[in-house]
Design a protein around this ligand. Sequence first.
Ligand code: SF4
Length: 312
Amino acid sequence: KPDIAAKMAIGLKLAKPGGIVHALDGVSLDVARGEVVGVVGESGCGKSTFGRVMAGLLKPSAGEVRWNGRSVGKRASANDAAAGLGTQMIFQNPMAALNPRMSIENIVGEAPRAHGLIEGKRADYVDAYLKMAGFDPTMKKRLPHEFSGGQRQRVNIARALAVQPELLICDESVAALDVSIQAQILNLFTRLRSELDLTYVFISHDLGVVEHISDRVLIMYLGRIVEEAPTEEVFRRPNHPYTQALLSEIPRIDTTKRRFQPIKGELPSPLSPPTGCHFHTRCPYVMDRCRVDVPKLKSLGNAHLSACHLNE
Ligand code: SF4
């Protein structure tokens, strides 16, 4: 039986210009310790919001997130480790997470110093985390703007690791990087996973990235999980028509460019999502009941779940 580190069953309504958006609708997930869960979906499907709720940056309107058996309350910022819940987020734009006026040394050392993690530890605490993230500590007196995007993301990773998290929530963490740098950072995440026993939730619109790093994949559409399965199962036997549409348009020759291609039709506005199955306005197999009944996630065996009336 897997050792469950995080458990959640949540809903979230957000006030937006134009009305209320049901950003997360009955989203339920258990994350096993040491697991890498990939969360995939088009822009606007709710995956980043999901990550922010998991990290305690947004409070769910219904349900709760529990990490190591404790409720994740709302926290002040992504860098706030005060809750001691052992979660950290790594965002797409490393520059936004790094104070441009602080040296690399202070950026990485600030949170662990504030939470007493450095006291009594080796003088080279910050150096050790910079090295772990593949950043040369002899450059720690410099400012973030002096480095490339890849180097800044390494600093960001060192900053997150320095507060000794157990769960890293990576939100499009390699999306802004060149493909060769992406591969280096993904390999770094994989190495850190085994060295530090980390658990990851890896949010990405890039199927290649998710396939490379994840043990299990969730596919999200307009605030709902529509499919969930071990990675190989999702890529070999996609069940939900949305997942099939995503995968069918992956280029076959250049596997480094497995990016989303536009699926037929626009993603509907989350302000007025389609009734029943949210995907019915774009689904080639739509039936009458799809416009009325919300399909529930049902087991197909092999830890594979899908929410589609075609399975009934
Ligand atoms: Fe398509 Fe209906 Fe399945 Fe939704 S429930 S994915 S509309 S067949």
